[in-house]
Ligand binder design. Sequence first.
Ligand code: NAG
Ligand code: NAG
Ligand code: NAG
Ligand code: NAG
Ligand code: NAG
Length: 304
Amino acid sequence: MHSQLITFLGLLSLASSAPPNRPHHQPSNIKCPVIFDGHVLRNQTLSTFDTTASPYSPTYVKGENLTWSSILLLPNTSHSRFDTPSRHKPLEVTINDASLFRPGGGNLQIGFRRAGLLLKDDKNDIGADPADSGVVTFHWSIRQDSARPLNLSHEYMNVWHERADYVGNQFTFVGGVVLKVDGGTGEDTKEERESWKVQGRGNDIVFRAPILFDQWQNFAVQLDYVNDTLQVFYSKGNEKLKAGTEKLKNDNSGGGQLQLGIAKKPTETNTVVFDGYQESIRGSEGQIYGGVFVEDSSNGCLSV
Ligand SMILES: *[C@@H]1O[C@H](CO)[C@@H](O)[C@H](O)[C@H]1NC(C)=O
Ligand SMILES: *[C@@H]1O[C@H](CO)[C@@H](O)[C@H](O)[C@H]1NC(C)=O
Ligand SMILES: *[C@@H]1O[C@H](CO)[C@@H](O)[C@H](O)[C@H]1NC(C)=O
Ligand SMILES: *[C@@H]1O[C@H](CO)[C@@H](O)[C@H](O)[C@H]1NC(C)=O
Ligand SMILES: *[C@@H]1O[C@H](CO)[C@@H](O)[C@H](O)[C@H]1NC(C)=O
């Protein structure tokens, strides 16, 4: 297994050598067919996100009565590894005390503070969209905003692929103190607060990385729907992605959708969704995203 992994990564680094840099045509680190493209174009403005010109759903998943243009920011920060500076720019998702979501016809989810982006062509279905079959790699990069820090004593569910039945996720990317009911220790230690975790379908933590407060961090999760495996890739700054796990057995059935943004969970909670403690947020909390895309890895292709 180990030697297979090394060979696999060796092939990848050959495949990803960049083409020569030409003026007006900056090379991209994306080498595989893109299924869903979440990049923000340089000419897009905040109001774009309230319209169907947005790469994301203008409708979901956000505070009742809020618009995406009031939730999102276009921060003036460096570009991430999978953004091309001449074409793309980063996006920041924020939450505040009004980030209360009410699912259609349901009760207000007062346990969460949440704002979650859905790629607009990613359907909540089982196997009918191309990100739910074959081998698919979900990519995102993140950066912290020192003016809008997260309170990492809470669990932050920031990226996940949620099953079509909404009963669970094939994988979940979380930061901060993971609640016991979500597979964590619930222990508010510095190490637990200041680490990112990737969880598999059963909420088992399969990968950890420290939260870096001064640079980009790049993550990719590959789901093989044929062989039911999950593999995590990671790098910091502008480094190439490296395997963070081997291919791990994971039940990838159930279809569904990728969601990314912030879902801040309560502490001292029973139901997580409808009760618990949330301190009043001073101003807002933010999470900066860049280089969001979903690629087809069916032919062994992976952008690193
Ligand atoms: C924004 O730029 C893209 C190409 O990068 C172009 O296709 C699109 O038409 C532009 N949109 C506007 C509103 O100018
Ligand atoms: C949204 O607006 C409606 C109508 O004003 C109000 O009843 C409801 O409480 C608001 N929701 C939130 C979360 O503030
Ligand atoms: C963004 O930051 C760069 C570098 O710090 C600076 O040169 C530029 O003026 C800033 N732009 C805006 C719109 O703040
Ligand atoms: C962070 O969250 C914890 C747990 O809810 C809370 O006790 C603490 O007051 C919060 N810190 C800030 C700065 O709001
Ligand atoms: C899936 O498993 C089969 C049988 O073990 C193997 O031949 C194939 O290479 C695997 N596919 C991938 C993408 O790993």
